[in-house]
Design a protein around this ligand. Sequence first.
Ligand code: ARG
Ligand code: ZN
Length: 423
Amino acid sequence: AISMARKIGAVCTPCPRTWWRSSPRCDQVFSITAKTEEEVNIVRNVSSDYETVLWQPAAPDYITANAEVHLFVPASSLATVKGLLDNHSILNEVLLQNTQELIEKQTRNVSTDPRSSMSYYERYHPLEEIYEWINKTTHDHSDMVKVILIGSSYEKRPLYVLKLSGKGGTQPKRAMWIDCGIHAREWISQAFCLWFVQYSVEYYNHIPDITEILDNMDVYVLPVMNPDGYKYTWTTKRMWRKNRSRQPGSYCVGTDLNRNFDANWCTVGSSNRACDDTYCGQFPESEPESEAVANFLRSHKETMKLYLSIHSYSQMLLFPYSYTYEEADNHEELNELAKEAAMNIRRHYRSFYKFGAGAKTIYLAPGGSDDWAYNLGIKYSFTFELQDKGRYGFLLPPELIPNACNEALTAVKTIALGVIKKT
Ligand code: ARG
Ligand code: ZN
């Protein structure tokens, strides 16, 4: 009966407070704060030894004292994990107790409900729908949208890039790149790419800033960089991060595509163990998804002036380097652009975004696409972490999509316009 109830998305029973009900019925997300090095070690062990999924930070190594850890704990290991934390008096509280309900909200198909006023872009879409959307968008806006097949995923799904171009400006044009969904579970990211494309086709020649951008730059958008992973988050495991490639000699699946680029590859801040969430892969660009993106950017590097990669969550605008604490050559310039973008978000939406070089702002993380693109010669390179700051994490409800995307759009426009002025 319990498994049936869960399948149809019934509200789960909260974590039991009574001794007689021994097994809790819901997956939950905990916020945990370790106060000492000893506690840090315990939390690291809990997150790696039990069936849990780290939401924040991305890997156990990044856990430090006095920084909030967000840990997804499936119902099956709830009692054990909670017991361990409490026994060691480690500060913990339930962040989300209704994950099942939130997942149901994110996956509900409201388009069948005529009373729903939510637009297509205010919902999350399964992979097949996004492929249909790509088709329809290129067809309906053939004057400004072209589709380019840049490669295919490990499971042989196509990787489509949409090329958006305005009619004004001078040829040949500069270009910018946006990829979404390098990490499967960060659903607001893929949603943002759709939002951005829609905004571009709808407001080109109607709103000055997007018109100026498209008249001066071709914009290449890869809405789903990790289609296999994205598919898997819809069908099997909502919290999946990596792609779905098999590893020789391991039963574990998947490489972290944002650790698979040739930028101080597989050093501290990533893992060489195939079972880990930050596994760097067998060699740089071992994955068809990262290879396809790298090949495309290499072949367009003369015109490509700006690289943007969209992630979630934590509300940050990051720029190189992430693989070293050293500053990038144009650190000041990157910092100014990110600062201006963050200020605009704050002014328009009263939302706070941190900004700074990746390594100093979050953690050392080598093999990232932004650092690789930067070293290729794309001197304006950013990774955005969209909403939220942890209230819902990856389970951001659909009604929060518009705000999250508009904020990100403000940052994209600010930075793109800044880059147009400079290049
Ligand atoms: N949360 C992202 C990740 O762990 C941050 C990426 C920042 N850039 C980087 N090259 N690590 O992948
Ligand atoms: Zn990510």
